[in-house]
Every structure is written in structure tokens, then in C-alpha cells.
Ligand binder design. Structure first.
Ligand code: GDP
Ligand code: MG
Length: 266
């Protein structure tokens, strides 16, 4: 059954790719993987193709899939392409996860259960959050921790959405959420992409639940974060808020205000 799919975008992750795939496939619960590679010059995609012999994409489970794009087109569109790929194949739970072990694959299980287990607290979107139980960031320079934390303060102030870690990129979405929010184009590419996805879910009234995780800076390979991505986030949030006044969101669950109450309850 095609139930859970982890989308992992990669650009020059040759030092991490094999270990992140093996770690994910060794979890006690089954997750399929889709790598979305943007023509990494270091041969990341070739390593994935080699591993597909061990984990065939058409196997009964632990399927390793590869989507190759022609050049560095950005994290946001890599996820969008990955999600569209997954929805057309019937996956029910779609995950965002980085390739560099900043996100611990073991936490995929917590994120999944937050969205899958029946009950009043079931979420539509589960966000692996660094800031709901103190500050759980390991090995980032203080400047980057502060920037990330205050990005959250800024986003909450501008948007009115009470999420503590709006730039988080370790997420589980129920498929029906993505069916709705990908109906209109998502504009942004970097951190602003992460904010825009959560904002759109919130505007539609989907239940967002933050699940505590520990984020650890990569020990291998290099970050692709740039000042362009930072600027996009600062101005993008304002632009996103303003354009939301002119857009009509037909609530899919409940009003945003109510969704926020349920979010606070966690
Ligand atoms: N496909 C694709 N993946 C990307 C791109 N930029 C970054 N990534 C991947 O996105 C994830 C997060 O990027 P990273 O550089 O670690 O950002 P940071 O954690 O914010 O420093 C990693 O798996 C990267 O390889 C891109 O343009 N295209
Ligand atoms: Mg990283």
C-alpha cells in the first residue's frame, strides 16, 4: 500500500544521501522515499540510482524513488513537484525532510501519528517544531538561532498565526490538505515557502499541530541558505499577508480562529 512518502530535496548531498536513505528505511514503521534532486554536480542522483537496485521503486514497500530536475530550481518548487508526484500515485501522508540529518528520521513516526491516529487531537498538518519546549537547536551559531527565533516572532506579528516555528521544514501533511492548498500556485522558494505553506493551511482552517523535535545542524556538506532566501522571507511575509486580503479561502475544516484555538490546545 502506498501510504507514507518522505520527500527529500537534495542539492549536493553526496555525503549524506546514502545514510539518510538507510536510516529512514531502518525505522520500525515503513516509509517510502522520493528524492528530488536538482542535477547535483556531486553525483547525488547517481548514488540514489545505485541504491534503487536494493530498494526498487516498484517493490512491495521501502520504495526508493527519484525525481530529477534540470538545475538548481529551489527548495519550494522541489517540494511542490514532489507532492504532485506523490498525490498522483495515491499516497496518504506526505512528509518534508532535509537530507542533512538536521531532522532526525526517527521523528517521522511522531509526525505521522500526530496526523494519523484517530481522536479529537488528530492534526491535518504536523510540524516538527524547535521552539515549543524552549529552544531545541543544536550546533547552530547563536546568530542563526536568534534569526530563526525572531523570524517566528515577526511572522506571528504580521500574520496573526500563532505557530511557534513557522520556518520549520520537517512536516507531515495529510494528502487532502495538499490537494486543497496546491490548487493555487505557491509563490516562494526558501524559508518563505515554509511560511506560505503553513499560512495557507491555517487560512483554510486546517488543524496544525506542533510536535517538539530537536534540530541539529548538519555535520556533513554545506548549507544552501543565502541572503536572497532571507530577503525573500522578510518581504514575502508582508506580500503574502497583503495578498491574502484579496483572496477567498473556503474553509475546509473550521474558521481560522477556531483552528488556532485547537492549535493552542496542544
Ligand atoms: N532539490 C533541491 N534541494 C535543495 C535546494 N536547496 C536546498 N536543497 C536541499 O534542501 C535541504 C535543506 O537545505 P540546507 O542547505 O540544509 O538549508 P539550511 O538547513 O537552511 O541550511 C537539504 O536537503 C538541501 O540539499 C534546491 O535548490 N533544490
Ligand atoms: Mg540544513
Amino acid at each position: 500500500m502506498k501510504e507514507r512518502l518522505v520527500v527529500i530535496p537534495t542539492y549536493n548531498e553526496i555525503e549524506n544521501i546514502e545514510t539518510i536513505i538507510r536510516k529512514t528505511f531502518s525505522l520500525p514503521e515503513p516509509f517510502d522515499i522520493l528524492i528530488v534532486d536538482d542535477g547535483s554536480p556531486d553525483g547525488t542522483a547517481q548514488r540514489v540510482r545505485d541504491l534503487q537496485e536494493e530498494f526498487p521503486p516498484n517493490g512491495p514497500s521501502l520504495r526508493l524513488n527519484l525525481l530529477e530536475r534540470r538545475g538548481k530550481l529551489g527548495l519550494g518548487t522541489a517540494y511542490i513537484d514532489g507532492f504532485k508526484w506523490a498525490l498522483s500515485r495515491g499516497y496518504q501522508f506526505l512528509f518534508e525532510m532535509d537530507a542533512d540529518f538536521s531532522h532526525n528520521p526517527e521523528d517521522l513516526i511522531k509526525l505521522y501519528h500526530a496526523c494519523a491516529d484517530e481522536g479529537a487531537t488528530r492534526a491535518d498538518v504536523a510540524v516538527g517544531s524547535r521552539y515549543i519546549k524552549g529552544v531545541n537547536v543544536v550546533n547552530w551559531p547563536m546568530s542563526r538561532v536568534l534569526m530563526s527565533y525572531f523570524a517566528g516572532v515577526y511572522v506571528r506579528f504580521i500574520t496573526g498565526m500563532s505557530i511557534m516555528d513557522p520556518t520549520a521544514g520537517f512536516i507531515c501533511y495529510r494528502a487532502e490538505v495538499l490537494e486543497v492548498i496546491l490548487h493555487n500556485p505557491i509563490k516562494f522558494v526558501g524559508y518563505a515557502f515554509q511560511i506560505e505553506m503553513k499560512f495557507t493551511c491555517w487560512k483554510y482552517g486546517f488543524r496544525i499541530r506542533e510536535v517538539p523535535i530537536i534540530f541539529t545542524d548538519r555535520t556533513k556538506g554545506v548549507s544552501k541558505m543565502s541572503s536572497k532566501i532571507f530577503k525573500e522571507a522578510v518581504f514575502g511575509v508582508l506580500q503574502m499577508k497583503i495578498s491574502s486580503f484579496f483572496r477567498h479561502y473556503i474553509p475546509r475544516r473550521e474558521t481560522p480562529a477556531k483552528a488556532e484555538e485547537s492549535m493552542k490546545a496542544f
